[in-house]
Design a protein around this ligand. Structure first.
Ligand code: ZN
Length: 436
């Protein structure tokens, strides 16, 4: 095992350097960062390949192979980031500056930190002469995640399945911690919701806006529909992941889902707010368009709704929920995007490794399986390799979920150095266990 302090220091330096590569997507420009990572990994014995869908935007696949057959453990991460407006920040977002015990900069949480911890752990292991006894350690650093991954994980899984195939994947989308009832709870990402974005279209008849009743206003027909979608509360439906989550928190889930959720809400409304979307189909209206001119009554209006659906549920279920929510109105429903949610089994050896790690590092704390309301690159891996177990896991102990959440995609994104060390220890410990 690499020395604790050395591992934390190397991870910190690696993150600082990664932040200094501006990989804001669009345009991404991941090339320089990926080449730099490749050089670090190649120097300690990894076989590396840059695979690009688009010029200047490569993905990196680095492999360390054992002497006998065995499983492939993948450490996944994306090196692109969302944009940052320096005017809103207290430091230069591409400085990687250390202040108050944290590394600051765009990507410090999402997710150059995890890339740094995965890479530093792998580099130190390899430097010290470790090789998998069986199987293979694979580092997969993608481009383009923040714009949907069509040139990153999705493209890799579609075009280079053999090169990125994994039995186990650790990716972003979990590891946040919260305090609940005096106990620390870590979220272990085991599933992600699907995306079923839809449009509601209303029809009417055009006319001059100066005589309101000469036409039939398609836009005002949206009023009852918007009213119906107000509030953002899904119809609650239990599924295995939220059930396991609430059980881990000590919530009684033997009765109906409403009672369980009420208990959670009573005991911690902040956590309840985050868990609620995982308990059903959410529908969030975000865009509307109607007349192209202020003096013309619109003959047509279109409302766009961002709709997220629990894993295991498809179009039919979603359609029924939408119709139920909107009720008896005149409208046309069109799905603009339909991607089902994805999940991995909850109780696996890999999860046991995660639980053991938490028990060692934070005695008394528990790991609660969670569904991510959004989605990550894990979705591509679960789709391409149905037996692959993919978890979102990047343990953060010092900075809790409520401190971290506003910084992700926000100003002054930063991560405590101690959390970087913690995560790097997880990655350094896991590979020798899985690939033994
Ligand atoms: Zn991310």
């Amino acid at each position: 095992m690499p020395d604790r302090e050395n591992l934390e220091r190397r991870t910190t330096e690696l993150l600082q350097r990664l932040i200094q590569f501006n990989t804001v997507n669009p345009p991404g420009n991941e090339q320089a960062a990926q080449e730099w990572l490749r050089d670090q990994l190649e120097a300690v014995g990894f076989e590396c390949e840059l695979l690009a869908a688009d010029e200047g935007r490569p993905n990196l696949v680095a492999r360390l192979t054992g002497s006998s057959d065995g499983p492939t453990l993948g450490y996944l991460g994306h090196v692109d980031t969302v944009l940052a407006d320096p005017d809103d920040w207290s430091v230069d977002p591409w400085s990687g500056e250390i202040r108050d015990g944290c590394v600051w900069g765009r990507g410090a949480l999402d997710m150059k930190s995890q890339v740094a911890a995965e890479a530093a752990a792998a580099i130190l292991l390899a430097e010290e002469g470790w090789r998998p006894e069986a199987g293979e350690l694979k580092l997969i650093f993608t481009a383009d995640e923040e714009a949907g991954g069509s040139k990153g994980a999705g493209w890799l899984c579609d075009n280079h399945a053999d090169k990125v195939r994994c039995d186990f994947v650790i990716n972003e989308g979990g590891g946040d911690s919260v305090e609940f009832d005096g106990r620390k709870v870590y979220f272990g990402g085991v599933a992600e919701k699907g995306v079923f974005r839809f449009s509601i279209v209303t029809h009417g008849r055009a006319g001059h806006a100066s005589i309101p009743r000469i036409g039939d206003n398609a836009l005002t027909k949206m009023a009852p529909i918007l009213e119906a979608l107000r509030g953002g509360r899904p119809v609650l439906e239990m599924s295995e992941e939220p059930e396991a989550f609430m059980r881990a928190l000590g919530i009684n889930v033997d009765g109906d889902v409403g009672a369980a959720f009420e208990e959670l809400e009573r005991r911690d409304p902040r956590i309840a707010l985050l868990v609620e979307p995982t308990l059903g189909v959410t529908m969030t209206p975000t865009m509307i368009e109607a007349s192209g001119k202020v003096n013309v009554i619109p003959a047509k209006a279109r409302l766009r709704v961002d709709c997220r659906v629990p894993p295991g549920r498809g179009e039919e279920h979603t359609r029924a929920r939408i119709e139920e929510a909107i009720g008896d109105q005149e409208y046309e429903l069109r799905f603009d995007e339909m991607v089902e949610g994805s999940r991995s089994p909850i109780d696996t050896d890999l999860m046991q490794h995660i639980r053991d790690f938490v028990e060692r590092e934070d005695p008394g704390a528990v790991v609660a399986p969670t569904v991510l309301p959004g989605f990550t690159d894990s979705r591509s891996f679960r789709e391409a390799f149905p037996d692959c177990i993919a978890y979102g896991w990047f343990p953060r102990k010092q900075m809790d979920l409520f401190q971290a959440a506003p910084l992700i995609h926000g100003a002054d994104e930063r991560i405590p150095v101690s959390d970087l060390g913690l995560a790097a220890r997880f990655f350094a410990e896991l590979a020798p266990k899985v690939l033994a």
